[in-house]
Write a protein that binds this ligand. Structure first.
Ligand code: F6P
Length: 329
C-alpha cells in the first residue's frame, strides 16, 4: 500500500509520535508512506515531505526523534478550499495521480468531517487517528494531546494558586475547549479548584457567587475557578463581568492559558496512545477497513465509523463532576 499520512486542524502534542508509528509500522510491513504537509491545504498544493534524498517518501530516519517532539512536524492547517466540492474533487485527483491507496489523517472533528466528504469523491481507504487536545471525539476514551494539555494547564494553575494564596485572591483561569469541558474538568480536579464552568452544564452566576460566600465563611482565602473557553456564558472575562454585575467584589483576576496548552513535549500517556493508534491504523487498513477512526476504549483498540465520531457530544464522566463538587469545600 502507498499510505498518505497528515496532521490537520489544531496541532496536538503526540501528533509526531503518531506519524512516527505510522511510518515505522508501515515500512516494516513493506508499505510506502507519503507525508502530506499542512493537512488538506498541503494535499491541494501537493506539498509532500521530502526525505534526505529529496524524494516525496518518508523513510525510517525521517521520523527519528519524533517521539518527544511537540507540535506537528508535518505542519497543520485548517483549509477553507477543502470544504468546497471543487476542492474535494481536486484532492481526489491528486491522490490518484500520486498512487496513494489509503490515508491516515490525524486530527479532530473537522479533519474527520473532511475525510468523510473526501470519500464521496475518492475510492481509497481512510482510517484516522484522533489528535486534538479537546478530547471531544466519540469512539475513544482519550484523544492524542489531551493528557499533555491537561498537564500543562495543571502546572500553570498550580503556579497561579501560589500567587492567589499570597494575595488571598480569586482567579478565573480559562482553558481551551471550544465545545468541550474535558480539559477544564480534569484540570480543575487535579488542581483542587473550587469550581468549573463548562459547556456541558449550566453556569449559574448566582450559584457560583453563593458558593464563594460559603467558602469564604469556611475560611477559604484563595479560589480557583476553571472556565472552559466554550462555556455557554462565554469565557473567563465574561464570567468576571457577570460576577461583578451580580455584586461580587471586583477583586478577581483572569488568566487565559490559550495556545500554551497546545505546545510542549507530549506526555508519556500521549506518546504511548499515539504509538498505539498509529500502529493500529496501519493494521486496520491492512485488514481492509475504511471510513473508521482508531481509538482506545477500556484499554482495547477499537474502530468507530468516522461519521459517528463527530457532531455528537462525548459525555463527561458524571462521577468526576460530582467528585469535584464534593472536594471543593
Ligand atoms: O480544537 C483544538 C483547539 O485548541 C480548541 O480547543 C480551540 O478552541 C481551537 O483549537 C483554537 O483554534 P486556533 O488555533 O485556530 O485558534
Amino acid at each position: 500500500m502507498r499510505i498518505g499520512v497528515f496532521c490537520s486542524g489544531g496541532d496536538a502534542p503526540g501528533m509526531n509520535p503518531c506519524v512516527r508509528a505510522v511510518v515505522r509500522r508501515a515500512i516494516s510491513a513493506g508499505h510506502e508512506v507519503v507525508g502530506i504537509q499542512y493537512g488538506y491545504k498541503g494535499l491541494l498544493s501537493e506539498d509532500f515531505f521530502l526525505n534526505a534524498a529529496g524524494e516525496p517518501r518518508m523513510t525510517l530516519r525521517s521520523v527519528s526523534g519524533w517521539s518527544k517532539a511537540g507540535g506537528a512536524k508535518l505542519r497543520s492547517s485548517r483549509c477553507a478550499e477543502f470544504q468546497t466540492e471543487a476542492g474535494l474533487v481536486k484532492a481526489a485527483g491528486i491522490l490518484d495521480k500520486h498512487g496513494i491507496d489509503a490515508l491516515i489523517p490525524i486530527g479532530g472533528d473537522g479533519t474527520f468531517r473532511g475525510a468523510v466528504d473526501l470519500m464521496k469523491h475518492w475510492g481509497g481507504r481512510v482510517v484516522g487517528c484522533p489528535g486534538t487536545i479537546d478530547n471531544d471525539l466519540v469512539g475513544t476514551d482519550f484523544t492524542i494531546g489531551f493528557s499533555t494539555a491537561v498537564q500543562t494547564a495543571v502546572e500553570a494553575v498550580d503556579k497561579i494558586r501560589d500567587t492567589a494564596e499570597s494575595h488571598e485572591r480569586m482567579f478565573l483561569v480559562e482553558v481551551m475547549g471550544r465545545h468541550s469541558g474535558y480539559i477544564a474538568l480534569y484540570t480543575a480536579l487535579a488542581c483542587g479548584a473550587e469550581g468549573v464552568c463548562i459547556p456541558e452544564t449550566d453556569t449559574v452566576v448566582a450559584e457560583i457567587a453563593d458558593q464563594l460566600r460559603v467558602l469564604e465563611e469556611r475560611g477559604k482565602t484563595s479560589v480557583m475557578i476553571i472556565v472552559a473557553e466554550g462555556d455557554e456564558r462565554g469565557g473567563a472575562f465574561d464570567l468576571q463581568r457577570s460576577l461583578v454585575q451580580y455584586g461580587y467584589p471586583a477583586k478577581t483576576r483572569v488568566v487565559i492559558l490559550g495556545h500554551l496548552q497546545r505546545g510542549g513535549c507530549p506526555s508519556p500517556e500521549d506518546r504511548i496512545l499515539a504509538s498505539r493508534l498509529g500502529d493500529f491504523a496501519v493494521s486496520s487498513l491492512e485488514n481492509g477497513e475504511t471510513a473508521m477512526m482508531a481509538g482506545v476504549r477500556g484499554g482495547k483498540n477499537t474502530l468507530t465509523p468516522m461519521e459517528a465520531t463527530f457532531g455528537k457530544r462525548k459525555p463527561l464522566p458524571d462521577d468526576l463532576m460530582e467528585l469535584l463538587k464534593t472536594l471543593a469545600m
